[in-house]
Design a protein around this ligand. Structure first.
Ligand code: PLP
Ligand code: TYF
Length: 398
């Protein structure tokens, strides 16, 4: 049966890490995958996470199955973080949240539920978007289209193009929106632009599907969640938020995410939750315990929560400093045209480097970036910053 099976291409981003690992040059740098590394080049284990983990180890609790939709303390704390504790949607019981296998799991479960509820919808993604968005929504059976997003000349958002394209979509189209720290470009909407987008979505009866994988990585927990609140305040009665703690808790491998679905009434939310549970039951039955216990333990303990918020603040401030350092070192190396990196948000920057320039970075310098020119700023540190800046300046000169 398995003779002549088609070999399909691997994930281009995760494949870069394999190539990086196989590279023997000591000066190599991996700017490919979206992971936050600390100043020593390691993935941090946050102090708050370490504390709760030790506490839980001491308690040595049994590991029964979680409910299909996950740990209640986790889903409740997530709802409050994502929508804001004082959100009228929460008070009205209109938000139903399920723990999922990472943000990726939230996207896929959300897509499968939507396929059942809006079977004929098309899904619109920003151009460009995270490559997995297209893969996940296509795999769930949706036709996927693009809307204009990035302007390569300004390295920011082409807002007129975005409004024009969203305005042309058919009513009922699912519009995937990055809440903040847009992957791959680093170009985000301002609050006033979000308000215009929310109004347009409402007027044209488009369905918002918000992906929030980087809450707290640009301006702060509340500011980075502005898109969710603005869409709620616009009076759009049904929408989805997929969120991930992979980055904000530095818990990549624990696969901690959640799917929140907003419905017009509390009764509708109950029915929606039954649909979510049916989908989860038929994929993996119920989620795993450990990561969710860590996140819930930190979010619900005032002391640990304050510690986590402080650590999150340190991570985002360090990213800002790295952006600034990179821009300065690039200018010093004769490439002053990269000032826009300071205007972009989150882990990523669409650097504007061509595929050929990215290849030269890899071949000549052992610096790995995505072929589209996306670099992960959060992989820089004081040891590699100057090396990277000089290499980028060299290939940018041509
Ligand atoms: N959405 C975006 C935009 C991402 O960049 C990521 C990155 O990992 C995810 C979703 C998936 O999150 P997770 O790693 O928790 O599955
Ligand atoms: O875009 C990134 O680099 C992160 C990590 O299939 C990632 O979101 C990349 C590819 C993938 C899963 C996660």
């Amino acid at each position: 049966f398995f003779a002549n099976v088609e070999l399909v291409p691997g994930d281009p981003i995760l494949g870069l890490t394999e190539a990086y690992n196989a590279d023997s040059r000591p000066t190599k740098v991996n700017l490919g995958v979206g992971i936050y590394y600390d100043e020593s080049g390691r993935i941090p284990l946050l102090r708050a996470v370490k504390q709760i983990e030790q506490q839980l180890a001491n308690e040595a609790k049994p590991r029964g199955y979680l409910p299909i939709d996950g740990l209640p303390a986790y889903t409740q704390a997530t709802r409050e973080l994502v929508f804001g504790k004082d959100s009228p949607l929460l008070a009205a019981g209109r938000v139903t949240t399920a723990q999922t296998v990472g943000g990726s799991g939230a996207l896929r479960v959300g897509a499968d539920v939507l396929k059942k509820l809006l079977p004929h919808a098309t899904v619109a993604l920003s151009n460009p978007s995270w490559e997995n968005h297209r893969a996940v929504f296509s795999a769930a059976g949706f036709e996927v289209v693009d809307y204009t997003y990035f302007d390569p000349t300004t390295h920011g958002v082409n807002f007129d193009g975005l409004l024009a394209d969203l305005g042309k979509l058919e009513a009922g189209t699912v519009v995937l929106l990055h809440a903040c720290c847009h992957n791959p470009t680093g170009a985000d909407l301002t609050v006033s632009q979000w308000k215009q987008v929310a109004q347009l979505l409402k007027d044209r009866q488009l369905f918002p599907f918000i992906d929030m994988a980087y809450q707290g990585f640009d301006k702060g927990i509340e500011q980075d969640g502005a898109a969710v609140r603005i869409i709620a305040e616009a009076g759009i009665d049904s929408f989805i938020v997929a969120n991930s703690y992979s980055k904000s808790f530095s818990l990549y491998g624990e696969r901690v995410g959640a799917l929140s679905m907003v419905a017009p009434t509390a009764a509708d939310a109950k029915a929606v939750q039954s649909q979510v549970k049916r989908v989860i039951r038929t994929i993996y039955s119920s989620p795993s315990t450990h990561g969710a216990a860590l996140v819930a333990g930190v979010l619900t303990n005032p002391e640990l929560r304050a510690m986590w918020e402080q650590e999150l603040t340190e991570m985002r401030e360090r990213i800002h400093a790295l952006r600034q350092g990179l821009v300065e070192k690039l200018a010093a190396a004769g490439a002053p045209q990269f000032g826009f990196i300071n205007e972009q948000a989150g882990m990523f920057s669409y650097s504007g480097l061509s595929r050929e320039q990215v290849e030269r970075l890899r071949d000549e310098f052992g610096i790995y970036a995505v072929g589209t020119g996306r670099i992960c700023v959060a992989a820089l540190n004081q040891n590699n910053l100057e090396y990277v800046a000089k290499a980028v300046a060299t290939v940018a000169k041509g």
